[in-house]
Design a protein around this ligand. Structure first.
Ligand code: UDX
Length: 446
């Protein structure tokens, strides 16, 4: 049976959930940004994510999705309301909860005017106890109603990857339902098992809101730890002739206890989640009086990785930074997105400029205009890789776009002033490239 679902916040998490739920349910998206509301109602996604436009336009045609800035209208008839607003980093890495607080207060006020039971699902990543205390209290205070009786509350973390978000929503590895309330657990269990037919019930895990909140931070921090671990080993590998980090992590991954996935050394992790969430848990941990030794090191290692790539470039250029043309291939934080948030390219470019580089060309198939907004005229830009490497003295692979993987040693030799490649994402055959041109790669010992 179709449910009525309201989704507050049409950023990445909210709009993907809304568009996917609209395959089966009636969804109202709520956002204070009128531009987003108009775009969604025109059947268009306000940002790029594979399959999202198609889903929104199909849902508009079938009348299953509607966007509004009027939260009261959305809450009036809904069975579930999902809170999907941003929780950005604040000073010192703490988590800025003001949008959550506002959304909970607005939903509370709207709840005061309705006389049916609804389930409020908190999805934004928040420190443990936020759902119960901040969200729960704001809902009760503003509605005059009782949590557990007039409405229910749960924290259900999201684990979507940019570029794969629709797939991840439709085929999740797991659904974590954080609630003490049996009725809420039953209703969410029914919602998810009916929606994700392939999801077996042992992949739905019920726990407390606080454990669910920590599961979200812990999952992202653990993945970030795997990456920093791989990057640290890669630096060791680079100092030992005939060692390749790719073989090392592959060999490790053959042990069932060590999952080989998400274990790639490279230019470091970026994006809207990993840096923010690791900083968030580091800060949260300190508020508890617990020194987060490992997670602190994960951040330090990640910051170091960008300067390590800059070190390799400086060495490859024999210190001739000012006189050399440096092609940075890949600006977005990962392929198939134009997202520049915390992109390793920004740190590497900043470091190279500090060391005297004057002629950097940044090349990216999707994100040059986003990059220009951040870096301005400190570098030049181009979206064609062959033009980018023309007359360059070094080409640095920072993001593993498909277009770059097809490049051969011959193409670099033909076009560059000095054929020299730094492969910070391990997209090339290191043995073949090493034989044919000056080649450096993260984790490749020579
Ligand atoms: C991540 C989580 O995967 C997702 O579950 C969560 O909900 C949000 O954060 P996302 O930020 O979209 O998703 O990107 P992801 O594909 O996970 O990559 C994050 C960063 O790690 C990228 O900069 C990527 O280049 C880097 N990475 C990833 C590595 O350096 N090595 C790897 O092996 C994998």
């Amino acid at each position: 049976m179709s449910k009525n679902i309201a989704v507050v916040g049409t950023g990445y998490v909210g709009l993907v959930a809304a568009a996917c739920f609209a395959k089966r349910h009636n969804v109202t998206c709520v956002d204070i940004d009128e531009r987003k509301v108009e775009l969604i109602n025109a059947g268009v996604s306000p940002f790029f994510e594979p399959q999202l436009d198609e889903l929104i336009s199909a849902a508009r045609e079938s009348g299953r999705i509607f966007a509004t800035s009027n939260i009261n209208a959305a809450i009036e008839k809904c069975d579930f309301v999902f809170i999907c607003v941003g929780t950005p980093s604040a000073v010192g890495g703490s988590v800025d909860l003001r949008y959550i607080e506002q959304a909970a207060a607005d939903i509370g006020k709207a709840l005061a005017n309705i006389d049916h039971y609804i389930v409020v699902v908190q999805r934004s990543t928040v420190p443990p106890q936020t759902t119960r205390h901040l969200v729960g209290h704001a809902l009760e205070k503003n509605s005059g109603k009782e949590n557990g009786k007039d409405f229910g509350l749960a924290f259900v973390p999201e684990f979507l990857r940019e570029g794969n978000a629709v797939y991840d929503f439709l085929f999740p590895d797991r659904i974590v339902i954080g609630t003490d309330d049996d009725r809420v657990a039953r209703e969410l269990f029914a919602l998810y098992t009916q929606f994700n037919a392939e999801l077996s019930s042992d992949r739905i895990f019920r726990t407390t809101p606080e454990s669910a909140e920590l599961i979200k931070y812990a999952s992202n921090s653990f993945l970030a730890t795997k990456i920093s671990f791989a990057n640290e080993l890669a630096s060791i590998a680079e100092c030992i002739p005939c060692v390749d980090i790719r073989d090392v992590v592959f060999g490790m991954g053959l042990d069932n206890r060590i999952n080989p996935k998400f274990f790639g050394a490279g230019a470091g992790f970026g994006g809207s989640c990993f840096p923010k969430d690791v900083k968030g848990i580091v800060h949260f941990s300190r508020t508890l009086g617990i020194e987060p030794f490992i997670l602190d090191a994960v951040l330090k290692r990640n910051a170091f990785q960008a300067s390590h790539v800059a070190d390799i470039v400086e060495r490859a250029l024999d210190g001739r930074m000012a006189q050399s043309r440096i092609a940075i291939l890949g600006l977005s934080f990962k392929p198939d997105t134009s997202d520049m948030r915390e992109a390793p390219s920004l740190h590497i470019i900043g470091d190279l400029i500090e060391r005297g580089a004057k002629n950097i060309i940044g090349c990216d198939p999707q994100s040059t205009s986003e990059a220009r907004e951040i870096l301005g005229d400190r570098i030049s830009y181009c979206d064609n890789v062959l033009q980018a490497i023309e007359s360059a003295h070094v080409a640095v692979i920072v993001t593993e776009w498909r277009e770059f993987c097809a490049l051969t040693p011959e193409i670099f030799i033909e076009r560059m002033a000095k054929p020299c490649v730094v492969d910070a994402r391990r997209i090339f055959d290191a043995h073949e490239f090493s034989k044919k041109l000056e080649f450096y790669a993260i984790g490749f010992g020579k």
